[in-house]
Every structure is written in structure tokens, then in C-alpha cells.
Design a protein around this ligand. Structure first.
Ligand code: HEM
Length: 212
């Protein structure tokens, strides 16, 4: 009995370490590359790009947790959804802060001009606002306080992910819909999101069919 409990505690500790290692790996990688001068041509642009990549990949990883826990019966991976989602928000915050605060020095007039010229910024801003709302409402006491509304609110994550995907699709030099240019990133993320959403919809349909 005691041995079983110790093993369980150890497994929980390893899983906790693994999810934080996954969340912190992009920051570590970015730091090492910046320190080694790998991004010497334009370190700020590289940091904006790499933090954006980390945000969208961790968002996708967070969305994958629930379908994976259904499919494999791994209850523990369902618990990774929240920390991975919060890491995704952390990288999105870094991405936006570097762009707005460092690149544009909080010059709102200049930023306003950019938003007028680059529609992809609006999609990014929409995605960021949704992630911000979800992160602010993530503490357990807010979850308890909001009750069912919390669940409805957190379904917005799919809209946030879609907006982030469109943002990425418009940023890259190429046309993801025509498979032309440098489009592998949005394609990969798009297929991942399609699989996750497909799994969710399939589950709803199966439940409905079983009920009646
Ligand atoms: C107010 C919100 C946002 C702004 C102003 C913004 C701005 C930008 C800019 C200017 C770029 C182009 C960087 C360059 O190539 O020089 C970019 C790229 C990107 N952004 Fe955002 N972004 C926002 C929100 C987000 C969010 C919420 C995500 C993800 C969840 C995201 C993910 C990405 C990705 C993946 C790229 C492409 C990076 C690459 O080229 O590999 N962005 N963003």
C-alpha cells in the first residue's frame, strides 16, 4: 500500500517536471540562441517570431490533451491542458510585449498605422484578447465562482486558436491555401487543429447517437 503510494507520488512528480520542462523549453532555447548570437542579424525579430511559434504550438499542445486523454485513457494528460494553456499565454504575452513595447516603443500612433496596413495584426490581437481572458479566468476560485459559465467561456479557446492560425497563415510569405511558398508552419498547425476539433465533434456526435 505504502509502496504503491510512493510510486504514485513519484510518477506525479515526474509528470509535473515534464509539463514544466515542455513549457520552459522554448524560453531556454531562445535564451541560448540569443546568448550565442545565433540571431545576430535581427535578434528582436527572431525573438518575436520564436515566441509566436512557441505560443501557437503550446496552444495546440494544450488543446490536444483532452482528446488524447479520451483516446488513450490517460487521465493525467487531461491535467496538462491548463499549464500548457498558461504557458501558451505567457509566450503570447512575451511576443506582444516585444513587438508593442520594444519594437514600437509603445508608440500608439505608429502602431495604429501598422494595424491599418497589416490585417494579420487584427487576427493576432483577437487571439491575444481571448487568451488573456482565459488566463485571467483560470484560477480555481474563479472557475468555482463562474460555474457553468466558465465552461462556456473556455470554449472560446477554439476561436482564439483559429484566429492565431489565420494570423500565422497571413504572416508567412506564401499562400497556405494554394500550397505555395513557405507554408509548412500554418499547414502543420492547421492539420493539428483540424484533428483536435474533429475529435471533439466526433465525440459530440457519438454521444448524441447513443442518447437517442
Ligand atoms: C496583439 C497581438 C499580436 C501582435 C501585435 C502580433 C504581431 C506579430 C508580428 C508583427 C509578427 C511578424 C513577425 C515578423 O515576421 O517579423 C507575428 C508573427 C507571428 N505571431 Fe503574432 N502577434 C500577436 C498575437 C499573436 C498570438 C496570440 C499568437 C499565438 C497564439 C501569435 C503567433 C504568431 C506566430 C506563430 C507568428 C509567426 C512567427 C514566424 O514567422 O515563425 N501572435 N506576430
Amino acid at each position: 500500500m505504502m509502496k504503491g503510494l510512493t510510486q504514485q507520488t513519484r510518477a506525479r512528480g515526474w509528470r509535473l517536471a515534464a509539463v514544466h520542462a515542455l513549457g520552459l523549453a522554448p524560453l531556454f532555447w531562445l535564451g541560448i540562441n540569443l546568448a550565442w548570437g545565433a540571431y545576430w542579424v535581427n535578434p528582436l525579430q527572431a525573438a518575436i517570431q520564436r515566441s509566436g511559434d512557441a505560443a501557437i504550438l503550446l496552444l495546440l499542445a494544450s488543446l490536444t490533451c483532452t482528446p488524447l486523454s479520451w483516446w488513450r485513457g490517460w487521465v493525467w494528460i487531461g491535467r496538462w491542458r491548463r499549464p500548457l494553456g498558461l504557458y501558451a499565454f505567457g509566450y503570447a504575452l512575451l511576443h506582444v510585449s516585444l513587438y508593442v513595447g520594444v519594437d514600437y516603443g509603445l508608440n500608439w500612433a505608429w502602431l495604429g498605422g501598422e494595424f491599418g496596413e497589416k490585417p494579420y495584426l487584427w487576427y493576432g490581437a483577437g487571439a491575444f484578447l481571448i487568451l488573456l481572458l482565459l488566463a485571467l479566468s483560470s484560477p480555481h476560485w474563479i472557475q468555482r465562482w463562474l460555474g457553468k459559465t466558465w465552461k462556456h467561456l473556455h470554449r472560446w479557446v477554439y476561436l482564439g486558436a483559429l484566429l492565431a492560425l489565420i494570423h500565422l497563415g497571413l504572416v508567412v510569405k506564401g499562400d497556405p491555401l494554394k500550397l505555395r511558398g513557405d507554408v509548412w508552419k500554418p499547414l502543420l498547425v492547421g492539420v493539428g487543429m483540424g484533428v483536435v476539433l474533429g475529435a471533439r465533434l466526433l465525440r459530440v456526435v457519438i454521444r448524441k447517437l447513443r442518447q437517442g
